[in-house]
Design a protein around this ligand. Structure first.
Ligand code: ADP
Length: 488
């Protein structure tokens, strides 16, 4: 299906450096593919380290006057950017579905979600406060906050809009310049955001985009260039660790939003209807490709059979297909390779004794489609327990006691999101405090918004995005000592 946009000016295929749309130095391009059809939808400039270096220099130059503006001036531009994103929601959703695969309804939701961060930080950016410390009679300490410097962002393909705005908006709001490397699978959403930022009046050089296939080259420049003071990354744990190592040489600050292995724990005393709906949404949203997706569903023995029966009745109703087509409830996964990787984890579980209740194979709809899958009789030695599945596969584990559930949930190096369902108040606090996760949903799995501090602990990363804490990652604290106050 051809890409049809109301505003064709939103389909950008060049890099965006210093306010200019430019080709790669060597003229090279890479293909962006619609995962639902396999069609090439665009050829995008394939830039490398040299272009990235120029983008960093542009950001540094542009920052000098940007950070000196009144916060309100910066924030007014962000507000206009937000408005333009929402005015173009339909086109941006169309682009997103076409390059990423999620259903149009989910894509519209992501555009609104992404825009909410721009709006939020257009407000929060005006609320940067300091402190005055009365140390001794003749001196005061002033604690002020200043923009950290040029920020580099590296983002994944699963939320090609939202993962960008929640980094770029706070950075710009406090006066930083930004260089973004979007995922090569989904550069079009990023480039359209830059086009709208320009239309909103963002001065040249503040928001640069360097798309490219050679992630190590672009990432190498972003993490080694001494002008970059901060690297913010959302993606896999191995790549995040590598970037942290690379940043160590110039002691850059980092924020890392890495992998997860979220449990959904359903206790015997849960409201089962709510728990089933919550688990379905948390497992199968974006066809299982979010870092806070339910990875391990754990159900207490007393309600296990009932839960499995009703959960699977819902899954049987899913319609997988092209996200642009009416009636599709679940789109493809991002690549053929991803589908094969998911299948290997399912095969591993089955080989170790899991029961395949439904699904369990690549769909006859195409190589990018994996059938919604449910596994029972699963245990802790299987890959589906230990690894992030990142696909529409629900292993449903059985447990007996509250302590066993907490132990199982914490038995992972990850610590991003966890969820549990219970109607018992004491248990809410015991389990909520016992789970080693950055975010815990109690009787709720739709936990993310611009208002909350999103982020993980353990090997799921560090730093928080959104909320009043989301600015901290882009601010340095400076202490000014004002002495000599009592001398006449
Ligand atoms: P995923 O498995 O979700 O694709 P990755 O961590 O591989 O997660 O990718 C997330 C982002 O990190 C993408 O933009 C990708 O291009 C980028 N990336 C991958 N490897 C590197 C690297 N060595 N240096 C810099 N960026 C990288």
């Amino acid at each position: 299906m051809a890409l049809s946009l109301r505003d064709t000016g939103l389909l950008k295929t060049q890099a965006y450096i210093n306010g200019q749309w430019v080709d790669a130095d060597n003229g090279d391009t890479f293909d962006v593919v619609n995962p639902a059809s396999g069609e090439v939808i665009a050829k995008v400039a394939n830039v490398g380290a040299a272009e990235t270096q120029r983008a960093i220099e542009a950001a540094e130059a542009a920052m000098a006057s940007w950070k000196a503006l009144a916060a309100k001036v910066r924030c007014d531009i962000l507000e206009k950017w937000h408005d333009l994103v929402m005015e173009n929601q339909e086109d941006l959703a169309m682009l997103l579905t076409t390059e990423q695969g999620k259903t149009l309804a989910e894509a519209r939701g992501e555009i609104a979600y992404g825009a909410s961060y721009i709006k939020w930080f257009s407000e929060e950016g005006k609320r940067v406060y300091g402190d005055i410390l009365q140390q001794t009679p003749d001196r005061r300490g002033l604690v002020i906050k200043q923009p950290v410097g040029v920020v580099a962002g590296i983002t994944p393909w699963n939320f090609p809009n939202g993962m960008i705005t929640r980094k770029v908006a706070p950075a710009l709001s406090v006066g930083c310049g930004f260089v973004l490397k979007p995922a090569a699978e989904t550069p079009l959403s990023a480039l359209a955001l830059a086009e709208l930022a320009e239309r909103a009046g963002l001065p040249a050089g503040l928001f640069n985009i360097v798309p490219g296939l050679d992630a190590p080259a672009i990432g190498g420049e972003l993490t080694s260039n001494p002008v970059v003071k901060k690297v913010t990354f959302t993606g896999s744990t191995p790549v995040g660790k590598l970037l942290m190592q690379q940043c160590a040489a110039t002691a850059k600050r980092t924020s890392m939003e890495l992998g997860g292995n979220a449990p959904v724990i359903v206790f015997d005393d849960a409201d089962l209807d709510k728990a089933i709906q919550g688990a379905l949404a948390a497992k199968y949203r974006n066809s299982g490709q979010t870092c806070i997706c339910a990875n391990r569903i754990m159900v207490q023995a007393g309600v296990y059979d009932e839960f499995v029966k009703r959960f699977s009745q819902h899954v049987d109703q899913f319609q997988i297909g092209d996200g642009l087509q009416a009636g599709t409830t679940h789109g493809p996964v991002i690549t053929e390779k991803a589908a094969q990787g998911i299948h290997e984890k399912v095969q591993n579980a089955v080989a170790e004794g899991a029961n395949l209740l439904t699904g369990g194979k690549i769909s006859d709809k195409g190589t990018h489609f994996y059938e919604p899958t449910i596994l029972t009789n699963v245990n802790r030695t299987m890959r589906v327990f230990k690894e992030e599945i990142f696909g529409p596969v629900a292993p449903i584990f059985k447990f007996e006691t509250e302590q066993e559930a907490i132990d199982m949930a914490n038995d992972t190096e990850f610590g991003l999101a966890a969820y549990f369902y219970t109607e018992n108040m004491g248990r809410i606090f015991r389990v909520g405090e016992g789970l080693e996760y950055g975010m815990v949903g109690v009787n709720e799995t739709a936990i993310s918004s611009e208002v909350i501090p999103f982020g993980g602990v353990k090997e799921s990363g560090q730093g928080r995005e959104g909320s009043k804490y989301g600015l901290d990652d882009y601010l340095e604290i400076k202490y000014l000592c004002i002495g000599g106050l009592t001398q006449g």
